[in-house]
Design a protein around this ligand. Structure first.
Ligand SMILES: [Zn+2]
Length: 177
């Protein structure tokens, strides 16, 4: 589908523009330069939160049922180059689970923020709309190969938002090629 269309046509069709990973990284580093790591991380988190909440409304109109939503989000995001997003061990009653992103675009962008604050905020905003209660998203792993974001109701929050220190450098060199 759409194989003969130019990238420009495809982007126009979905009301989108393309951004390089390193451009996104430069935005983060610009914020870090002015506000420092902690505040820049909060700013990107809040930016993500708004984006994720508005994405919920948009994507809900594209799926047949709310039940199929989380799976659909994974395939939509993969096609947009965000990475391979999956929702793992989701407990709809307890409002717990993990968002796992392989090949994470924000990790590739490599800004000197703590972990991937845009995506952490994005899924906090998205899941807060999805579950209709305030959801807290933390990050326990940040690396290009895989980022892991456990989530839980905000009222049970007892974890620090980001357990990872500054982004792990991608040193897969030790692994078998
Ligand atoms: Zn990431």
């Amino acid at each position: 589908m759409g194989q003969n269309k130019s990238l420009q046509d495809m982007l126009a069709e979905i009301h989108a523009f393309a951004m390089r990973f390193d451009t996104f990284g430069a935005i983060g580093d610009g914020l870090v330069g002015v506000f420092g790591v902690e505040v820049a991380t909060v700013i990107l988190y809040q930016a993500g939160r708004s984006a994720g909440a508005s994405y919920y409304d948009r994507v809900l109109g594209r799926v047949e049922s709310k039940e199929s939503l989380l799976e659909a989000v994974g395939s939509f995001k993969a096609r947009r180059g965000w990475g391979e997003v999956s929702f793992v061990d989701v407990d709809e009653d307890e409002v717990t689970g993990r968002v796992v992103i392989k090949d994470c675009f924000e990790s590739k962008a490599g800004a000197k923020t703590r972990g991937c604050p845009f995506l952490r905020g994005y899924f906090a905003g998205f899941l807060t709309r999805y579950f209709e209660i305030e959801v807290c998203v933390v990050q326990e792993r940040s690396a290009v190969d895989e980022c892991v974001f456990p989530f839980m109701p905000s009222k049970f929050r007892h974890e620090t938002p980001v357990k990872v220190e500054l982004r792990e450098q991608t040193s897969n060199a030790s692994q078998a090629k």
